[in-house]
Design a protein around this ligand. Sequence first.
Ligand SMILES: NC(=O)C1=CN([C@@H]2O[C@H](COP(=O)(O)OP(=O)(O)OC[C@H]3O[C@@H](n4cnc5c(N)ncnc54)[C@H](O)[C@@H]3O)[C@@H](O)[C@H]2O)[C@@H](O)CC1
Ligand SMILES: Nc1ncnc2c1ncn2[C@@H]1O[C@H](COP(=O)(O)OP(=O)(O)O)[C@@H](O)[C@H]1O
Length: 308
Amino acid sequence: MSGTDITDIDLQTLRNWPLPMPRFDDDKEVRGHAVVVAGSREMPGAALLAANGVLRAGAGKVTIATAAHTAAHVATALPEARVVALAETPGGGFAAEGIRRLGELAAKADALLIGPGMQDEQASAELVRALLPRYALCKVILDAAALAVLRPPGGASLLADPVDWEHMRFAEPVLLTPHAGEMAHATGMEKKEIEADPRGAAQRAAQRWNAVVALKGALTIIAAPDGKQWQQQGGNVGLAISGSGDTLAGIIAGLAARGASLEQAAAWGVALHAAAGDQLAMRFGTLGYLAREIPAEIPALLRTLAQA
Ligand SMILES: NC(=O)C1=CN([C@@H]2O[C@H](COP(=O)(O)OP(=O)(O)OC[C@H]3O[C@@H](n4cnc5c(N)ncnc54)[C@H](O)[C@@H]3O)[C@@H](O)[C@H]2O)[C@@H](O)CC1
Ligand SMILES: Nc1ncnc2c1ncn2[C@@H]1O[C@H](COP(=O)(O)OP(=O)(O)O)[C@@H](O)[C@H]1O
């Protein structure tokens, strides 16, 4: 299933693929605005981890749309963010009444990240289904609970069932950031099967869903709908920690808001995230650094890579 060409995300690849840089006189809107739809009563921290990633990746502005119950706490914890409170479903998801507001926010944003720490997968899937066709005006990244949109209501496997699949082709490519467990959940495949052939799984998903797929793990594969693939095997096992993926999703959203394409934001995001893990491992040891410490490593790494 896997093709033969895959590009390693190494220093040379990044050097040949420079990120868009702001002009000296740009304002914060021009530097990029990301909307992060994330968090819930049980996992408010995911919204903070992702939003920190957005700002540390160099975007000018972040808006967090999160559960009304925890919005005030989130706002206090990240004073740099604008925080929009969304009404909740009984299951802790975001109620449909928030969709119009989210659409208005997305229409003014450069990147839209949906999913980290959201509860109620069904409500999350409905929110994505309702939001994307009406408001797909910016770069969209779907992570964690938002990936539930990939499962048809009956729960059948999309990759195994081309009929159900037809309903789920994205009109415009979005970026999906599943780990193997989420990929298994979305496709009906066994996690073991995905781990045995991550390139094949990512590539099939990218082509069938019309999405850029970043399949995360110790080896991360990025596959684009046109067949291009990148891989990154770096970082360290300390990155296998609660909230690590939330920071990655935020870093990627920040880079996309700055003007990177979805493929470029994914490749740079994965490289920066791994390099941040390596910096933290040198300082604290491989085990025991925190996900919240990852984003603060990014600005210095960006400077180093930009000058490399
Ligand atoms: N502070 C916070 O608010 C945090 C929120 N988090 C949120 O928690 C939610 C659920 O996270 P999980 O995906 O861990 O859900 P689960 O713990 O429900 O895991 C779902 C399935 O995926 C498997 N799995 C989990 N991580 C994996 C990995 N890295 N590679 C392969 N298989 C894996 C599990 O074994 C399980 O079968 C997400 O919305 C996430 O954003 C977590 O990131 C932790 C921190
Ligand atoms: N052993 C490992 N070595 C290097 N990176 C890893 C390893 N395990 C996980 N990662 C990276 O850590 C991140 C974990 O993301 P995820 O599983 O979504 O975490 P969470 O849901 O807790 O936020 C991914 O970017 C993944 O590529």
